[in-house]
Ligand binder design. Structure first.
Ligand code: NI
Length: 163
């Protein structure tokens, strides 16, 4: 296992549509083990493959008791609405309130290639949506009104310069 370098906004891979995962088994399991290690090290609750520089539709998460690997994730159902702060390891963890559905149904394949569906509410549902967005080349800041997005990006760029 190894901790990988986390890609940061505005790296190109974060804005690209991920390629479908087609190979399952040992190699994918090893990659997911690295992703988990990287995520825990950064104290995140989810991490998608583009965040370690791979243009792949894949994420891992461990959020409010839901720990899973999702390859080729799709959101197949949503219900209600929630409005809470959200952050991203690729944007310096600066939080911003994003309006999202409150209840979400995720369909994905596990590391063996088996399809499953899982439902979540609240924070874990937000995580399903946030990580699936990453697989589609979308960041949470893309959901913000332009002014709030620009402000957050400015804060992040300033923090990056001071590192
Ligand atoms: Ni993120």
């Amino acid at each position: 296992m190894a901790i990988r370098k986390i890609t940061e906004y505005p790296e190109k891979v974060l804005a690209e549509m991920g390629k479908p995962v087609t190979e399952f088994g040992e190699e994918l399991e090893a990659l997911c083990a690295d992703m988990y290690e990287t995520m825990y090290d950064a104290e995140g609750v989810g991490l998608a493959a583009p965040q370690i520089g791979l243009n792949l539709r894949l994420f891992v998460m461990d959020c409010e008791g839901i720990k899973l690997i999702a390859a080729n994730p799709e959101i197949v159902g949503t219900e209600g609405e929630q409005s809470s702060p959200e952050g991203c390891l690729s944007v310096g963890k600066f939080p911003a309130v994003v309006v999202r559905p409150n209840k979400v149904r995720l369909k994905a394949q596990n590391e063996k290639g088996e399809w499953f569906e899982r439902e979540a509410e609240g924070y874990a549902a937000r995580c399903f949506l946030h990580e699936t967005d990453h697989c589609d080349g979308k960041l949470f800041i893309d959901h913000l009104p332009k002014m709030r997005r620009d402000m957050l990006v400015k804060k992040f760029q300033k923090e990056k310069r001071l590192r």
